[in-house]
Design a binder for this molecule. Structure first.
Ligand SMILES: [Zn+2]
Length: 213
């Protein structure tokens, strides 16, 4: 099924790994403050951890300057799908990624690249399920060197994500991998999607990142 297509893997990780996002945010804040403006004092040692800004996923849609009706309809569907998927990611993880989304009718289904690009083609793939799945590709599922180094035997070898799937499905559970995808909870097909599966998908991808995705 073509929904399982993955873009050609790229060798490098994103230039700004999510682990460094907080540092980047702090630097950006310092830059925004401008010359002559005192930098905010670091939080007191007693500050609650909740006040520390987590990294997050952001996205933008590239739009034609004078869109056709077909493009406007696609933009609406893509926006709803991406908003739902990104909200789920940001509620359940502290993963960070800056994603650029395009509508490209030449794409048979949809695809996601570790460079942060997601392309939607066919209308029936403009769903939260597809958006979650493609976001995972932008984070490294099927697209990173860390993915390759943890999937050589057709099973995810990282301890954190493996422990999580066993927590979900019992001690015999494992995360199978192949073709740049994983299952269960890979959301590879529309009929896999539910609120629970969507949540677990995000939690597993976040655990894979902790494992070195
Ligand atoms: Zn895929």
């Amino acid at each position: 099924m073509t929904s399982r297509q993955t873009p050609e893997p790229t060798s490098g990780r994103t230039a700004v790994p999510w682990r460094n996002k907080m540092v980047v945010a702090a630097l950006a804040a310092a830059v925004l403050a401008g010359p002559g403006v005192a930098q905010a004092a670091p939080p007191a040692a007693s500050a609650p951890r909740e006040q520390v800004a987590a990294a997050s996923i952001t996205w933008n849609l590239e739009r034609a300057s004078n869109p056709t009706q077909d493009q406007r309809t696609a933009y609406d569907l893509i926006t709803a799908a991406m908003n739902a998927a990104v909200a789920r990611y940001n509620n359940l993880s502290d993963l960070g990624k800056s994603i650029t989304v395009r509508y490209d009718p030449g794409v048979p289904t949809a695809d996601g690249n570790i460079n942060g690009t997601i392309r939607f083609g066919n209308r029936s793939y403009m769903t939260e399920r597809t958006a979650l799945h493609e976001i995972a590709h932008t984070i490294g599922v099927g697209t990173s060197s860390g993915w390759s180094s943890h999937t050589g035997q057709g099973v995810w070898s990282g301890a954190q994500a493996t422990a999580l799937v066993k927590q979900f499905d019992g001690s015999a559970a494992k995360l199978s991998t192949g073709g740049g995808h994983f299952w269960p909870y890979g959301l590879n097909y529309e009929n896999e999607f539910s609120n629970t599966a969507g949540d677990r998908h995000v939690q597993i991808v976040a655990a894979m990142v902790r494992d070195g995705l």
